[in-house]
Write a protein that binds this ligand. Structure first.
Ligand code: C2O
Length: 553
């Protein structure tokens, strides 16, 4: 293994999309950002220099950060932000992971344009447990707003309402031909016939879970969140914000030059229509040989067949999708599912009331009459100093408390009529785990503002998705059905719309680890909490001291 050095200069850059030019936050002037490439076992050292007027942090989404919590990146959780003119070196080793992950800004909504792929190849002399691809292509799904996204979130916070929808979905930054003014902004995947391509799919969208499809083609899914899965065939991929997946695309034989197929991307959502962008984004799969770059793409695309996608609210398809994912679980890549559990948690997750009913106590991140989201009735309040520093230097007084509830404050029928008083409270409360605790966590959607899927991401760990179901979790019968043999191992999983999901992980990584819904507006509303994992007794079970250049608040 080697050490790989990168330098990320964070700079503003003018980018033109959908007939408008705006200045966006980028890495080295690139949108989307440059790739980070490493092999399993490598050390990665990335110096981030902030040349913009906003504070910046970068999170290496899905990287285990084993005993390198100082390099995880969420603002005010593991570090104070990098201020204008300052720099910080993120330094971590890739342990036991290979596949696709990604990085993104982890402060406010800056990740809208500041994101890029992390490509982790197997160790040298180690091959993929599937056919060697002819070519590998990162496919990053995102969203584009014509407006400045910081203005979009600020307006949402001030009005207490939902944010404006994005103006388009994007593939590798391109909004596609279905929007006016963007016929030259179409993502084109150029392929040769009869070859296998590895698509490294990333959902970097802020607020939307997405379906991904290519007309007349099927995929073989081989990995989820940088963990191998038992390969399976599908023609439609489901991917939530934060998730990544490696999929094989076998191109057709003997196709003539200039044959094209539509790539289609559309959201999955059970939210009220109008509260999300329900348009379909198109890209092109082009068989090799095309050279008429100046063809009127809009016209030629209109002639192409639109691949049929699942309905926008296809909860059944999504539930089935999660069920199909099984870890490879062979001797080389075993599934290390905790079989005995030391700590059990039951978390309710969901949005709060708006407006707050009269004579009741509802407190969101902004105020009582605005949207709030909570985990176990606690809407997370961002501290003004980093939790990990406060913990390490024992300066937690006034910064956080360690009384995050193991269970919701009120139990009710989570899928029926919601109660009048949802008991939302504000707080920076952490749940404490002794080193190496085996944890089982059931997350139940509360459906208070309507049933919605919440893709929950855990920093610092992979977890196993041992069960999921619709309706209310039944603690006596549902655990009997848990899969403890080959559950998928990942870092982001949907709490199903009107249902629950059960995960298991081992708290083998000391530090402070954020867990949150990866729908950005839900984070803004407080849908997050943090785990405090204590040091173990042995020296190699402790969090080392912070690096000297760790930013100060
Ligand atoms: Cu990809 Cu805390 O985020």
């Amino acid at each position: 293994s080697v050490t790989r050095h990168y330098k990320f200069n964070i700079r503003m850059k003018n980018v033109t999309r959908l007939c408008g030019t705006k200045s966006v936050t980028t890495v080295n002037g690139k949108f989307p950002g440059p790739r980070v490439l490493a092999r399993e076992g490598d050390r990665v050292v990335i110096k981030v220099v902030n040349h913009v007027s906003n504070n910046i942090t970068i999170h290496w989404h899905g990287i285990r950060q084993l005993r390198t919590g100082w390099a995880d990146g969420p603002a005010y959780i593991t570090q104070c932000p990098i201020q204008t003119g300052q720099s910080y070196v993120y330094n971590f080793t890739i342990v036991g992971q290979r596949g696709t992950l990604w990085y993104h800004a982890h402060i406010s909504w800056i990740r809208a344009t500041l994101y890029g792929p992390i490509i982790i190849l197997p160790r040298k002399n180690e091959s993929y447990p599937f056919v060697k691809p002819y070519k590998e292509v990162p496919i990053m799904l995102g969203e584009w707003w014509k407006a400045d996204t910081e203005a979009v979130v600020n307006q949402a916070i001030q009005t207490g309402a939902g944010p404006n929808n994005s103006d388009s979905y994007t593939i590798n930054g391109f909004p596609g031909p279905s929007k006016n003014c963007s016929s030259n902004e179409t993502y084109r995947l150029k392929v040769k016939p009869g070859k296998t391509y590895l698509l490294r799919l990333i959902n970097a969208a802020l607020n939307d879970e997405l379906f991904f499809k290519i007309a007349n083609h099927t995929f073989t899914v081989v990995d989820a969140d940088a963990s191998y899965v038992k390969p399976f065939e599908t023609d439609t991929i489901f991917i939530a914000p934060g998730q990544t997946s490696n999929i094989l695309l076998k191109t057709k034989n003997h196709l003539s030059d200039d044959t094209k197929f539509l790539i289609a991307v559309r959201p999955y959502s059970t939210a009220a229509p109008g509260t999300f962008d329900n348009t379909t984004l198109f890209g092109l799969l082009e068989y090799h040989g095309i050279n008429n770059i100046n063809t009127n793409i809009t016209t030629s695309i209109n002639a192409l067949a639109v691949p049929p996608l699942p309905p926008i609210n296809a909860t059944g398809y999504v539930a089935n999708w999660t069920n199909q994912l099984r870890s490879l679980a062979n001797s080389q890549f075993p599934a290390t599912v905790p079989q005995t559990i030391q700590r059990r948690f039951f978390f309710t997750v969901g949005l709060g009331t708006n407006p707050c009913p009269k004579n009741q106590t509802c407190q969101g991140p902004t105020n009582a009459t605005k949207f709030a989201a909570s985990v176990n009735n606690v809407s997370f309040v961002m501290p003004t100093t980093a939790l990990l520093q406060a913990h390490y230097f024992r300066q937690w007084k006034g910064v956080y408390t360690t009384d995050f509830p193991n269970n919701p404050l009120v139990r009710f029928n989570y899928t029926g009529t919601p109660p009048n008083n949802t008991m939302v409270t504000n707080g920076t409360r952490m749940a404490v785990l002794p080193f190496n605790t085996s944890v089982e966590l059931v997350m139940q959607g509360t459906s208070i503002l309507g049933a919605e899927n919440h893709p929950f991401h855990l920093h610092g760990f992979n977890f196993f998705v041992v069960g999921q179901g619709s309706g209310n979790f039944n603690s006596s019968t549902d655990p009997l059905e848990f899969n403890l043999v080959d559950p998928v191992e990942r870092n982001t999983v949907g709490v199903p719309s009107g249902g629950w999901v059960a995960i298991r992980f081992r708290a083998d990584n000391p530090g402070v680890w954020l867990m949150h819904c990866h729908i950005e507006i839900h984070i803004t509303w407080g849908l997050r909490m943090a785990w405090l994992v204590m040091d173990g007794k042995l020296p190699n079970q402790r969090l080392p001291p912070p690096p000297a250049d760790l930013p100060k608040c």
